[in-house]
Design a protein around this ligand. Structure first.
Ligand code: C5P
Length: 242
């Protein structure tokens, strides 16, 4: 079969033209970067694990009527997705202080937040994805007020669901990043959850020991990165085919 046309290559994924109009093939690489490319490396097997974990979580989200771009997994490293117009925002949901929030506000990592916090970052590598407010988003028309309502609602529902699911397998969902896209069905526009949900874009801590089971192991040179991703897959009851 002819190699599909590559449309976009990101830090951890590649997008190819899909078999039908309105579809794309999302390929998961083993490449890892941190600090917007300041640090880079390979985590062997990461792409295979993230493909499986993201498939599993998006299918579970479908079951509770959260619309996502996921159609089906094609093989170890590829999944078929719906083509969307990506909204240029990273939506971060936080339950426990960690990472940039802990640093910026001087709150010790691991402090449970008084309530769930949603933050927005403008997707722009050249600017290092700066944090922005709803004021900026409205003023620069990156998303309409209705889009923001939809994204906030979907982000909070996703958080509630994933938090419960991870708690059940002994994992604390500390925070995570979501991306959204638009699709048009006739005259109607809908917002879908896009990108991936995996240990690359979630902070996942063992509930008993607070051991990190996510990309912070790579960002902070803690070692045993692939093993941590495998542990997440194992606890969710999925493991890659050997
Ligand atoms: O670094 P920070 O604390 O802001 O990250 C919050 C959450 O968003 C973490 O789960 C991190 O993995 C995720 N994130 C991401 N991609 C980025 C920035 C953050 O997936 N570019």
């Amino acid at each position: 079969m002819a190699r599909r046309r590559q449309l976009y290559e990101g830090k951890a994924k590649v997008l190819f033209e899909g078999p039908e109009p309105g579809t794309l093939v999302q390929y998961f690489k083993d490449d890892a970067t941190a600090g917007n490319g300041a640090k880079s490396g390979i985590i062997t097997g990461k792409g295979v694990l993230n493909n499986r974990i993201s498939e599993y979580l998006m299918l579970k989200l479908h079951e509770i009527n959260i619309p996502t771009h996921f159609i089906r997994r094609l093989n170890m490293r590829e999944q078929l997705i719906r083509e969307v117009e990506i909204i240029p925002l990273e939506v971060v949901v936080r339950n426990v202080a960690a990472g940039s929030l802990a640093k910026r506000l001087g709150i010790p990592e691991g402090t449970r937040l008084p309530r769930t916090i949603i933050e927005y970052y403008y997707k722009n590598d050249a600017l290092n994805d700066p944090m922005v407010s709803e004021e900026h988003i409205a003023a620069f028309n990156w998303a309409a007020p209705q889009d923001m309502d939809d994204m906030n609602q979907l982000a909070l529902r996703t958080n509630d669901f994933l938090m419960g699911m991870f708690t059940a397998v002994g994992i604390t969902l500390v925070d995570f990043k979501l991306e959204f896209g638009r699709i048009w069905e006739g005259e109607e526009m809908r917002i879908l959850l896009a990108d991936e949900i995996s240990p690359d874009n979630c902070r996942l801590w063992d509930s008993k020991t607070n051991e990190k089971l996510d990309k912070d192991r790579f960002r902070r040179d803690m070692g045993r990165v692939e093993e941590a991703y495998q542990e997440v897959a194992k606890r969710l009851g999925i493991l890659p085919e050997s």
